[in-house]
Design a binder for this molecule. Structure first.
Ligand SMILES: Cc1cc2nc3c(=O)[nH]c(=O)nc-3n(C[C@H](O)[C@H](O)[C@H](O)COP(=O)(O)O)c2cc1C
Length: 201
């Protein structure tokens, strides 16, 4: 690993999105850190605000199909969610909270599709609210979904989609080398002319 990268202090300001025009600052500042401060507490007030932000996201047909299970370190729910994470996501055990996001898939393929779209919108709103409060949020699909169904006795049709780790940015000097390496990589995105099919606007 490049020693310079390993020593470089990482913080939200180092990871700002490079945009062609200015955008809403919390969107530019959002990224998915893997170093959580293991002693930082996420307040119930902040957690409530995150779920509020998710609650008020757009919803197809006004179905409101997204459901959450919230664990706060070190309650039983948190411990269960932490135990369901895939090994590569074990960094998230240091988060202040873990939020399981599920979607009620309904009776047909179309309803299921838009339930997942709603869940994505909710995750986005929750993440931006977190950043605007000085927190970090990292969504993860790497967890045992069948284990989540069993552990929380989820009704049939409610599909576990992601676990979001929420907390405060940790100290990269204390982080695993693999985490430092991964989070030191430049943040890249496809150029706008690859994303917008009728570019230039
Ligand atoms: C649906 C979804 C699932 C993801 N699952 C994981 C995961 O299991 N583990 C992980 O470390 N990151 C996961 N991520 C985070 C992505 O790796 C991250 O968003 C991507 O590398 C872009 O980096 P950025 O969010 O810092 O811009 C997931 C993101 C999304 C949207």
């Amino acid at each position: 690993m490049d020693e310079h990268l390993a020593r470089r202090p990482l913080g939200p300001r180092d990871r700002l999105a490079r945009t062609s025009v200015p955008i809403h600052p919390p969107i530019a500042a959002r990224w998915s850190p893997r170093a959580f401060d293991p002693s930082a507490v996420v307040s119930r007030h902040d957690l409530t605000a995150l779920v509020e932000a998710a609650r008020w996201s757009a919803t197809w047909g006004h179905r409101e199909p997204v459901r959450y299970v919230v664990g706060i370190r070190v309650d039983e729910t948190f411990t269960t969610l932490a135990g369901l994470l895939k090994r590569g996501n074990s960094y998230a055990r240091a988060a202040g909270a873990l939020i399981l996001v599920c979607a009620d898939e309904g009776e047909d393929e179309r309803t299921a599709r838009y339930a997942a779209v709603d869940a994505g919108a909710a995750i986005a709103a929750l993440s931006i609210e977190a950043v605007s409060r000085g927190l970090i949020a990292h969504p993860m699909a790497g967890f045992d979904t069948d284990g989540a169904r069993r552990a929380f006795d989820l009704p049939a049709g409610l599909r576990p989609l992601a676990v979001i780790a929420v907390g405060s940015l940790g100290d990269y000097a204390q982080a695993d080398a693999a985490v430092v390496e991964r989070d030191s990589r430049p943040r890249e995105r496809l150029p706008l002319d690859r994303l917008v099919l009728n570019w230039p606007l």
